[in-house]
Ligand binder design. Structure first.
Ligand code: ATR
Length: 263
């Protein structure tokens, strides 16, 4: 039986095992997918287990998406350009790091049939998933990306990867077409972002990477102001789907039953 893992810290709430084990079952594969809470000192040994084929693939989440890079032999084009790895696999005895968050975000936007060419975007937050969102947005030919993060230096560092970014102070809300919440504010039901987003709407697009709860206060407010909104559920599903494809060579199906697993 092949073994797959998602590593992170914290990891208790990860829904990746539910998705992957559902697809493993529906595709009749002899495999299992588990979650593992990790400390930095344990990365070394765990990665070696992939080389020894004791583990056949790893998903990486917060806070290790960049930390794992020095342990790998090769990075995909996407991982190289975002300095972010969420999928590890062995290819000809070489450990490869790949980034499927980009595909996850891109497909979730494409499903909405939303034309984002030449649009101006504001991203709130500068954490682990933000380089992937930026990469996907430039790929989809947006005209300008503005990043605002409470800790400005973290947003500034993103310019090492993406030199055309505009960085603004936390509290500044520029006029944009699309606003994306990539902070962790909203994970708790009563969380509220301390920004005045009222001048953005109406008829704009609000996207929240968070999908649990289904509708954060950020999305509620966006909707109340007359905007289209979307949560990060499909992004999460599509990044998992892309990892599954890399490991098992099959494109798994998305159906109602699968979507319900995440509720
Ligand atoms: P990490 O930063 O470890 O990658 P993350 O969950 O990917 O973790 O990112 C959390 C994001 O939410 C960060 O951008 C964080 O801002 P800081 O860089 O200033 O920490 C942001 N965030 C979390 N709580 C916040 C709050 N109360 N107000 C504003 N931003 C917050």
């Amino acid at each position: 039986m092949k073994k797959y893992l998602v590593i992170g810290n914290p990891i208790e709430h990860s829904l990746s095992p539910r998705l992957h084990n559902f697809w493993i079952k529906t595709n009749n594969l002899d495999a299992i997918y588990e979650k593992k809470k990790l400390n930095y000192s344990e990365i070394d040994n765990l990665i070696l287990d992939v080389k020894k084929k004791k583990i056949h693939g790893i998903n990486v989440t917060v806070p290790f998406k960049k930390t794992v890079i020095p342990y790998l032999d090769q990075l995909s084009f996407e991982s190289e350009n975002t300095q972010s790895v969420n999928t590890i696999y062995l290819d000809n005895d070489k450990l490869v790091g790949h980034n499927t968050d980009i595909e996850g975000f891109e497909r979730s936007i494409k499903d909405l049939k939303l034309d984002i060419t030449n649009k101006k975007i504001l991203i709130l937050g500068a954490g682990g998933v933000v380089p992937s969102i930026i990469f996907a947005l430039y790929k989809m030919k947006v005209i300008e990306i503005i990043v605002s993060n409470r800790t400005k230096s973290k947003a500034d560092s993103l310019k090492d990867l993406f030199k055309n970014l505009t960085i603004v102070d936390w509290g500044t809300v520029p006029e944009v077409d699309i606003i994306i919440n990539a902070t962790s504010i909203g994970l708790k039901k009563n969380d509220k972002i301390n920004l005045d987003i009222s001048k953005i709407g109406p008829n704009k697009f609000f996207y929240d990477v968070i999908y649990k709860p289904n509708q954060t206060n950020f999305l509620k407010e966006g909707q109340k102001l007359g905007n289209r909104t979307e949560n990060g559920k499909l992004m999460f599903i599509y990044q998992a789907l892309a990892s599954f494809k890399v490991w098992h060579g099959v494109e798994p199906k998305i159906n109602e039953e699968l979507i319900k697993i995440l509720d």
